[in-house]
Design a protein around this ligand. Structure first.
Ligand code: DON
Length: 307
């Protein structure tokens, strides 16, 4: 494969004048403290080569990107039975919307909106205390990235625990329908901590590499999931990974991707590479504005769109 370092450098240079665009999430107070002009990018190809630019080795809050990892874990634990609790259709609503739950038996549309991810956290909690479940998630992410230093930012977890009123509403609503089976405080304890995992772009790109390499990690040699499961997780990322902005992201970038309100995006170019970008300013759908531009430029330069 070609040396992508010049491409990554060119994207960083081209985007420098736009750093700081968008709105940093402040509904989780701790996230508002981040410098809006940060930008990081890391591409890890299926041969294990890493190309990076900017603040690619500075940890940031991965937030909803964690939903890819918990979905993978839940599928490993419960298999296709998870689809009894959560759907796999785009929601067309914002990431924290409650409206659709009332008409659909409390079953969230997909595992990437907040309600769906909370339902997935409930599945991971089965047979565990919240502390054990959180430990399992962190160990899994460390295993994927092959990096034991990855950790939760406790200030972010506390900040969300103190202000996550909307998530408490979603969880209580789902619990009333029997979609959640554990105490709401336990489920949200798991959910808030998974969202508060801090990672660098380099770590994040490495942790997504199994999705680009048909389910195995070509750096460590570990088989993570089957080829079919990797394909299916990618399909969900493509259709639902950017919430009500998923169509626009598919149109502009054409890659499976998952965003987080910390400003990160993990994108997968199947058979080619895993890419992580970070720029804290968000667009109107809660997805990184400059991060999406970086991925659009990368897809244009490389021809990696899946379409
Ligand atoms: O539950 C929340 O609102 C956050 N912990 C995660 C939301 C998120 O990252 C949405 N992504 N763009």
């Amino acid at each position: 494969m070609t040396d992508l370092q010049p491409v990554v450098d060119e994207i960083y240079e081209a985007l420098k004048p736009r750093l700081g665009e968008g709105r940093v999430a402040d509904y989780i107070p701790q996230l508002a403290h981040v410098d809006p002009k940060k930008f990081g990018m890391a591409v890890v190809d299926v041969e294990g080569r890493v190309f990076r630019a900017g603040d690619s080795d500075e940890p940031f809050s991965i937030q909803s990107i964690s939903k890819v990892f918990t979905l993978t874990l839940a599928l490993g634990k419960h298999g296709e039975a998870i689809w009894n609790r959560v759907g796999r259709e785009p929601s067309g609503s914002s990431f924290n919307s409650i409206v659709q739950l009332e008409h659909e038996g409390g079953k969230p549309r997909n595992p990437f909106i907040n309600a769906g991810a909370i339902a997935v956290s409930d599945l991971i909690l089965a047979g565990h205390t919240p502390r054990e479940a959180i430990g399992e998630i962190v160990r899994f992410v460390r295993f994927l990235a092959d990096d034991e230093t990855i950790a939760i930012d406790p200030a972010v977890a506390r900040s969300e625990q103190a202000t996550g009123f909307r998530n408490f509403a979603l969880a209580n609503f789902m619990r009333s329908f029997g979609i959640l089976t554990h105490p709401v405080e336990h489920v949200l304890g798991v959910y808030f901590h998974q969202c508060a995992i801090a990672m660098t772009c380099t770590q994040l790109a490495r942790s997504g590499l199994f999705l680009a390499a048909a389910g195995h990690n070509p750096i460590t040699g570990h088989l993570v999931v089957s080829k079919q499961r990797a394909r299916r997780i990618n399909a969900l990322m493509l259709t639902c990974g950017h919430y009500d902005g998923s169509g626009d992201f598919a149109y502009r970038v054409g890659l499976p991707g998952k965003s987080g309100v910390g400003g990160g995006i993990l994108a997968v170019a199947p058979g080619k590479a895993s890419v992580a970008v970070w720029a804290p300013g968000l667009n109107e759908n809660g997805n990184s504005l400059v991060g999406s531009l970086a991925l659009e430029m990368l897809a244009n330069r490389t021809g990696w769109s899946v379409f």
